[in-house]
Design a protein around this ligand. Structure first.
Ligand code: KG4
Ligand code: ZN
Length: 367
């Protein structure tokens, strides 16, 4: 089954054709990052206009790269929630029009499902039950999946998402947008133990809170410089030396990573028979997060196999637990992951959407 997928929820215009939910026949992503570097963040109106310019050429290129025509397409999938309203509008209107024009079934896909299903692209096959950690610019959630297309949110952020926190801390440090890659780069030369930043303690051990961490970085920068200049300020960052920026970036990255993994580890310890951990969304490209996850869960696995864990898991067999990250090119927003999610929705019996009546929601929970 060949699915043409379209993604335009934020600042990437993307189209892809994917066979049977995993074989990528084409994958085209046009990023607006260069436009928004100048502003230090996404401007919704500008993003929508850029999608409008890019969307048809991107779709045409997806067909050209796959060397396919409309006759080869079995269904169209599109992101319809959550995201920036104007951006979602361009993708969904395009998909609806093409579905009507070419008489193809249309599937409206939740953006976070797509991020999770990026872990099924290529040859990877995570096993259920699994825990998914979503780490994107807009969301930070731990989701329990017993089977395909079955999502139970067990932890979520009470305020900022982790990606948003990366972006805000980058601004404090005077590093360019998007903050994730620039913090990771600056952190390479920094000391992660230099500044001690707080870990929030919440009543639900799987919930997150990142706004305090961002403020803690700001206060630490002010203290370091001996200047109580408040943010936003153009005066604070230029006073930091390159080494101070690197140390702040490294200390922040370590703290953010540890917070994510502490909660994920708690969930793993308390949910029975977890066979896979999948981590997806823009922040999943982060090398420290990738390396620490493998380290933490191989130790966790050894502990549980030795019977040290608090909740014994009877069905644990050797090498049962596997950790999955998407390929780096599928961590951020792309359309191949939308096609993968739609494929598993179809296999799970989800019906197509009426292209004449598709509604949009800038915010909505995964279901
Ligand atoms: O999933 P995504 O592309 O878009 C949303 O759905 O939000 O995530 C974007 C987020 C941004 O906050 C960006 O700073 C972050 O992912 N990001 C990273 C890295 N690459 C992108 N964060 C940490 N390390 C990275 N290497
Ligand atoms: Zn995303």
């Amino acid at each position: 089954m060949n699915i043409l997928a379209i993604e335009s929820s934020c600042d990437e215009t993307a189209a892809a054709i994917v066979k049977d939910g995993s074989e990528i026949l084409s994958n085209v992503v046009v990023s607006q990052i260069d436009i928004f570097k100048a502003y230090g963040g996404v401007i919704p109106e500008v993003a929508a206009r850029s999608h409008l310019e890019a969307i048809m050429p991107v779709i045409r290129q997806a067909f050209a790269e796959a060397e396919l025509t409309w006759d080869d397409i079995d269904a169209i999938a599109v992101t319809h929630t959550p995201g920036l309203l104007g951006s979602l509008l361009i993708g969904t209107l395009t998909a609806r029009t093409l579905a009507i024009l070419h008489n193809k079934p249309l599937y409206a896909v939740h953006h976070l499902k797509s991020h999770i299903y990026a872990c099924w692209l290529g040859n990877a096959v995570p096993n259920f039950p699994l825990l998914a950690l979503i780490v994107s610019g807009g969301h930070t959630q731990i989701i329990y999946m017993k089977k395909h297309n079955d999502f139970k949110i067990i932890g979520t952020t009470r305020d900022d998402a982790v990606g948003e926190c990366y972006d805000k801390v980058a601004k404090i440090l005077g590093l360019p947008y998007p903050g994730g890659p620039s913090i990771a780069k600056a952190a390479e030369h920094g000391n992660p133990e230099k500044y001690h930043l707080p870990h929030p303690k919440l009543d639900n051990p799987y919930d997150f809170s990142f706004s305090g961490l961002k403020t803690a970085v700001l206060r630490a920068v002010q203290k370091e410089l001996g200047k109580p200049i408040s943010f936003p300020s153009h005066e604070l960052a230029p006073l930091l030396s390159e080494q101070q920026i690197a140390d702040f970036a490294a200390s922040f990255q370590k703290t953010a990573t540890d917070i994510l993994l502490e909660n994920l580890q708690s969930a793993y310890q308390n949910y029975q028979n977890i066979n896979s951990i999948v981590i997806a969304g823009g922040v999943s490209a982060n090398t420290m997060l990738r390396e620490k996850t493998f380290k933490v869960f191989s130790e966790e696995y050894k502990r549980s196999a030795a019977g040290v864990r608090s909740t014994p898991r009877v069905t644990l067999k050797e090498n049962t637990l596997k950790v999955f990250f998407p390929e780096r090119c599928f961590s951020g927003d792309n359309a191949a992951m939308v096609a993968a999610a739609a494929y598993h929705e179809i296999k799970s019996g989800v019906r197509p959407t009426d292209p004449y009546h598709l509604t949009l929601a800038p915010r909505s929970e995964i279901r």
